[in-house]
Ligand binder design. Structure first.
Ligand code: FES
Length: 115
């Protein structure tokens, strides 16, 4: 990843709040960004059950109610606020959180690569 790619925003904060959850690919890395009210959170896009990406073929990661993330592989559901799995085969485990920062209305990885 070059320096410019590392410093480019993942997405706009307002766009994320409107969508509630978005998948953002950055090179070989994939992240899920969520908005819980005005709070922004980010996670590695890898289910703690088998490591697969959560989104369905349409790119959607929210459940039908729009209140939780849902894994399209086996249906585990995760809280938007902390990625904790509330129902499903990996109940009690969590998505891996990624630190972000918001600057000028844009969301950035706090560290290159989302360490
Ligand atoms: S891979 Fe996500 S619930 Fe099985």
């Amino acid at each position: 990843m070059n320096h410019d790619a590392a410093q480019s925003p993942l997405c706009g904060r307002d766009r994320l709040i409107a969508a509630t959850a978005l998948v953002v690919d950055r090179g070989r890395d994939s992240f899920i960004l969520t908005a819980n009210g005005a709070d922004v959170h980010a996670f590695r896009n890898a289910c703690p059950h088998q490591g697969t990406p959560l989104e369905n073929p349409l790119g959607q990661v929210l459940d039908a109610d729009g209140t939780h993330l849902v894994c399209s592989t086996h249906g585990a559901r995760f809280r938007l606020s902390d990625g904790y799995c509330v129902t499903g085969i990996c109940q009690g485990l969590s998505l891996r959180a990624v630190a972000t920062r918001v600057d000028g209305g844009q969301i950035y990885l706090a560290t290159p690569g989302g360490a």
